[in-house]
Design a binder for this molecule. Structure first.
Ligand SMILES: Cc1cc2nc3c(=O)[nH]c(=O)nc-3n(C[C@H](O)[C@H](O)[C@H](O)COP(=O)(O)OP(=O)(O)OC[C@H]3O[C@@H](n4cnc5c(N)ncnc54)[C@H](O)[C@@H]3O)c2cc1C
Length: 385
């Protein structure tokens, strides 16, 4: 019988240094390790051994508690996406509030004016307002410019009228929308005096903050369980000429006068800033979570022993070439994805630091690098499953 301890003793690799490389610094590696140790002491964040025997409602409620507890553990510090590493590694299934904190909060911070940030950010970070990211529609997902939801400016009342003109324009998929959210960051075509000014983002209240009932003109619900992702409340959402104040369009890079004069600033791609933040999350945090599967497979392969060799001793299954062929390229691939993810993460940070200073020149480059890296990650993950 080979124990893990025996296998580890064969290694000449300095684990602390490698951990520092993976997590960006030894300090960060220590923090993640500490986070995982702390999780062991908090029952709400642990996935119950009976989780998969429970019905969806019970699973959902336990994930909700877990999401809140994680937020408390990271002290609502959502500025740094790397903070999600611990929760992502620890939560074996879906993570409530993940999209919301990784996309809605950055969108408000990047695309909102100071007044909007003051009005919403604290409530969002502390989940007093739970907002989902409502971009994708039944008809269009990747092709964001062709979204059909409209936000028509009404000069008389200085409001936007949010409308779903066709069934294809219904929002479909947003995480946390089906059950949890009482607000939505809605992506819609801005129409002023019959002219279309492209897709902009709008903070729209969709459910009453006390009763949690849908507000007038809102049709909202859960799209139901999905294979392998059954707990998450991905939702659908339709608007029947819902009025929201002019203040609710995120307006750092676009302004509209009371009379309807529209002025845009910078690169219009900035509207998709939060998608870039999500890619950063996909590139930096998810590979580290995916590494758990590989770690389990490798540990198993070193300690699992089958078939005796010439000396009458059972081999560890990792000694068989076919097992090595399956696992070792994945290990190499994982290191490549993790290390390149750390680099692209720095590019994203640099890009947004420059955008804050009014320099939009990195935007095009960013989109290419992160998309490429994300596709590498996805193919890697699908091979693991
Ligand atoms: C679990 C889950 C959670 C989600 N959460 C959210 C959320 O919180 N908020 C939200 O707004 N949306 C969410 N979405 C929607 C998601 O963002 C979209 O599914 C995604 O943008 C892809 O859009 P689509 O489904 O229309 O795919 P399509 O655009 O129909 O793509 C289908 C296939 O065609 C390929 N393809 C499409 N266009 C091109 C092209 N030009 N060149 C090459 N290949 C192309 C795609 O890569 C894909 O393989 C979620 C989806 C899922 C599955």
């Amino acid at each position: 019988m080979t124990s893990l301890e025996q296998v580890r003793q064969l290694s000449t690799i300095d684990q602390i240094q490698v951990a520092g490389l993976i997590f960006g610094s030894q300090q960060r590696a220590k923090e993640v390790k500490q986070f995982l140790a702390d999780c062991e002491k908090i029952p709400e964040v642990q996935t119950n051994a009976d989780f998969y025997n429970w019905n969806r409602k019970k699973q959902f409620l336990s994930k909700d508690k877990q999401g809140f507890s994680f937020m408390k553990m990271i002290n609502h510090q959502v500025d740094d996406m790397e903070q999600y590493t611990g929760p992502m590694i620890y939560s074996a299934t879906t993570n409530h509030y993940g999209v919301y904190l990784a996309m809605v909060v950055p969108a408000v911070k990047i695309l909102g004016t100071d007044a909007q940030i003051n009005a919403w950010l604290d409530d969002l970070i502390h989940i007093r307002k739970a907002a989902c990211y409502a971009q994708t529609e039944l008809g269009h997902g990747s092709d964001i410019q062709s979204l059909q939801t409209t936000a028509t400016y009404d000069k008389q009342t200085q409001e936007f009228v949010i409308n779903t003109p066709t069934i294809q324009a219904a929002k479909f998929w947003p995480g946390d929308l089906g059950i949890l959210a009482n607000w939505a960051l809605v992506f819609a075509q801005l129409v002023v005096d019959g002219t279309n000014y492209g897709v902009q983002s709008f903070m729209v209240q969709i459910r009453d903050e006390q009763t949690h009932k849908p507000l007038r003109g809102i049709e909202v619900g859960d799209i139901g369980p999905k294979m392998g992702y059954q707990v998450k409340d991905n939702g659908f959402l339709k608007f029947d000429n819902v009025r929201i104040p002019k203040f609710n369009m995120l307006a750092k890079y676009i302004s509209i006068s009371p009379q309807g004069k529209v002025v845009k600033e910078g690169d219009p791609k900035i509207s998709y800033a939060s998608m870039m933040m999500m890619r950063k999350l996909l590139n930096t945090v998810y590979p580290k979570a995916a590494a758990i599967s590989l770690t389990i497979a490798l540990r198993y392969s070193y300690t699992r022993q089958q078939f005796t060799n010439d000396k009458g001793v059972e081999n560890s299954v990792i000694e068989y070439q076919t097992q090595q062929h399956k696992l070792l390229p994945l290990l190499a691939n994982l290191f490549a994805v993790v290390l390149s993810g750390n680099v692209t993460s720095k590019f994203v940070d640099l890009n947004f630091a420059e955008v804050q200073k009014g320099n939009f020149s990195h935007m095009k480059r960013m989109s290419f690098i992160t998309l490429w890296n994300q596709s590498q990650l996805h193919s890697f993950c699908s091979e693991l499953c």
